[in-house]
Design a protein around this ligand. Structure first.
Ligand code: 0GY
Length: 295
């Protein structure tokens, strides 16, 4: 692993917040293990191993029932570790893959049968080399036929330029980590309003109210991120997802305690109804409902 890599927390606390039965951790990753699933040559970082067994152990310890595993950029477009984890999960995990436009129908069908339900388009320059939008559009057309959706990851500064592209996509779109707002600016700043307005205009745009540990400036317990996530949960209760982001790639300031992260949930979704939608109803609708699966 990279010399400055911070590994995931070795012994997180048991959360004080009791997750409702059936809760879904809708954003997490698997890394390797590298001996079995080598990292991609084009990767921008080399993490510690964080395989499916550790992920499923954490799921059970924290009180989640299911996972949505997102292909991490360190594995490039080789989704083998992801598919292996999905197949080993006994139906308790779904996946988001990363594919190129020359992915074959057979590869898509294999991923679909393993539990992949979407692809991720990544615009974060420190993580990936740029992909032309026409390429993403071609992929979008293919996966739309399967009934999959698209997860997008971008920095707040890039949103304005991306809006026409996002509004042209034919599927549900899930935005990672609230579009990464600068939490020193305030929820009324035009940058965050631009993101909220995008969701308000497009009812196919969902959002993960995730990663306070990544967005915070003040540090744990992430007081400075709460108003952003709480505002989105309140305005769009039926289009929000929550996840741990375990094993927390590229954290520089600190490694979060996953149990403490779970305790953050009631601060952004204060009522049992909001919690049920965020943790169960929304992810179950998006990831476990019937879909076409046909190309
Ligand atoms: C995240 C965030 C990051 C990394 C990745 O696929 C990835 O490598 O998603 C990041 O470095 O911000 O969602 O885990």
């Amino acid at each position: 692993m990279d010399s400055n890599w911070i590994p995931f927390h070795p012994n997180p606390k048991r959360p004080d917040f009791a997750l409702p039965e059936g809760a879904v951790d809708a954003h997490c990753h698997v890394f390797g293990p590298a001996a079995k699933f080598p990292f991609a040559p084009e990767r921008k970082y080399t993490p510690c191993d964080a395989g499916k067994d550790k992920l499923f152990e954490l799921r059970d310890f924290l009180g989640f029932e299911r996972n949505v595993i997102v292909q991490a950029t360190c594995h490039g477009k080789d989704n083998a570790a992801l598919v292996d984890a999905l197949r080993a999960s006994d139906g308790k995990a779904r996946g988001i893959a990363s594919v190129s436009p020359d992915v074959t129908d057979a590869e898509l069908a294999n991923m679909d049968s393993a539990g992949v339900r979407g692809v991720r388009f990544n615009f974060v320059r420190r993580l990936v080399d740029a992909t032309p939008k026409e390429v993403f559009t071609r992929i979008a057309t293919r996966v739309a036929r399967l009934g999959w959706h698209i997860v997008v990851y971008f920095e707040a500064d890039d949103l304005q330029e991306l809006v026409p592209f996002l509004e042209s996509l034919p599927t549900v779109i899930v935005v990672d980590h609230m579009g990464r707002p600068d939490v020193t600016k305030g929820v009324d700043h035009p940058d965050f309003r631009r993101f909220v307005d995008l969701m308000a205009r497009n009812d196919n745009i969902w959002c993960k109210v995730t990663c306070p540990e990544r967005l915070t400036v003040s540090g744990p317990p992430y007081d400075d991120v709460v108003p952003y996530a709480a505002a989105i949960v309140e305005q769009f209760p039926d289009r929000v997802l929550w996840g741990t982001d375990w094993p927390h790639p590229n954290m520089k300031s600190h490694m979060p305690d996953d149990g403490a992260l779970v305790n953050y949930i009631p601060r952004i979704a204060p009522t049992p109804e909001a919690q049920r939608k965020l943790l169960i109803d929304n992810p179950m609708r998006l990831y476990w409902a019937q879909h076409t699966g046909e190309q």
